[in-house]
Design a protein around this ligand. Sequence first.
Ligand SMILES: Nc1ncnc2c1ncn2[C@@H]1O[C@H](COP(=O)(O)OP(=O)(O)OP(=O)(O)O)[C@@H](O)[C@H]1O
Length: 526
Amino acid sequence: MIFSLDEEIHRLSLDDNKNDIKVDYPIAIYDDIVHDQYGSAITYGGNIDHLSVHPNAIPLNGTGPTHTMRRRSSAYSKFPILTPPNTRRFSITGIDATPNGLNRLSTTPQNMNSSNISENGLSRNLCDFKPVRVLGQGAYGKVILVKDTNTSKLYAMKQLQKAEILISPTVADSKKEEEENNSSDDNDTDNGLSKRLERTFAERSILSEIEHPNIVKLFYSFHDNSKLYLLLQYIPGGELFYHLKEHGTLDETTVSFYAAEISCALKFLHSKGVVYRDLKPENCLLNQRGHLVLTDFGLSKKSAHDSMADEEDPENVKALYSIIGTPEYCAPEILLGKAYTQNCDWYSLGCLLYDMLVGKPPYTGNNHKVIINKIQQNKQGPKIPFYLSEGMKDILNALLKKETSKRWNVDKYWAKIGGNNKTIKSKKKKSGNVRTSFFTEHFIFRKIDWKFLQSGQMQKTTLGPIVPVITDLELAENFDAEFTSMSYEENYADSRPININSVSKSPDMFKGFSYKASGSYLEKYF
Ligand SMILES: Nc1ncnc2c1ncn2[C@@H]1O[C@H](COP(=O)(O)OP(=O)(O)OP(=O)(O)O)[C@@H](O)[C@H]1O
């Protein structure tokens, strides 16, 4: 029971001042930056040289220790997409590969909401944006910082190569990956294509439907002959990966702060029926004020149910089967090809917290087989270093449980809310060893004002523990030179149309991808 553990921790007089660097998240003083509702959008004309920097802000331009050993988990080597045996094929019109054949909310063009716009008329196109520099590289293309030629506003443009999506992974991927993937959908090209298309539309669809201060915003999407484009809010503070590379590990107060912000985003996604599935330091960006923003919804999945919090209620369980994600941060049930639910994201949170505290995720290896072997060999769970506080050890243990039935069901035990307590208490007796204390009340969150955080006010009015040093937004100073020095010219032109008919019978498979956020939404964030 976490309550008794927390009492124990209090009894032992765990001394915050000794264990943590004190962070008090003061109010930001920005005289020349126009604030949006949540503090994550930016006015680009202003001079930010005199930005008030938090006392704990860490210079990020080479003055700190560098840890060059950290490697990217999946930018170039994509985790093989396997389909477990006995999984029913599904069409891209929205039936998921689940044994019970439950209909899922389709994220394919046919079912997209009214924000769909005409493919020809109202949407933006490539000529409306001038490339500034490369920010990152993903499996299907680059992410480029671009400037709107009409308004001079900056966006992160995520490009997805249609050919990469359409061509079967057995053709496009490396030999090594094929070998790793020998039990996969080699003879299952249509299913693989359907899944890649579904995921492409899911990212556009999910981002266009959700709004949260810790989740990146989508403003436009469109496509041309060769590529799909997502015009995202530019998050200039760089990846958490970058900051971890600079500093190696982070202090526990900083980790608790990021844990709270990520949890807030995950809880929100789960309440909307979305499983994120790719939590890792590369996908956590810092905004100008040092608040964490989740990006990359390319592996996220939306279910038909809006709430999937109760795993004990079979009617309300949304099981997924695709083996997908980044192995080091992936829940064991996914790696083993078992059915899984949104609870997999809480395991990934455990991996991310471990990484921030220890300097690497709990299990490392080049592919999912190595990692799953390590998970299975360690019957007691990952080795948690002795030097971590009791509170950190406790939350890591609760999230990194191999068996889902023993893992903390954070969605269910999120916070004490009025009437729900009765139901939860009555189930508590049956739940045996299962942790039934509330996540938001955990000792590591003792400094977090959850109401303030969940309302978006904290993100709007305070600075995070690491405030990125930004002298010029266009310089993308907090992004790896490996990317910012890349050429974008060859990527920034609509190349010859690909012959869609050579890979698919349906030439219209990207129809409906274009989207434009409403005028009020755009105004709110610019
Ligand atoms: N909104 C944004 N603002 C600033 N940088 C961004 C933004 N979105 C993405 N990036 C940068 O681009 C990188 C790649 O983006 P993203 O993860 O969405 O691509 P991906 O193709 O899905 O990558 P992967 O194959 O690794 O999952 C990110 O890690 C980040 O560094």
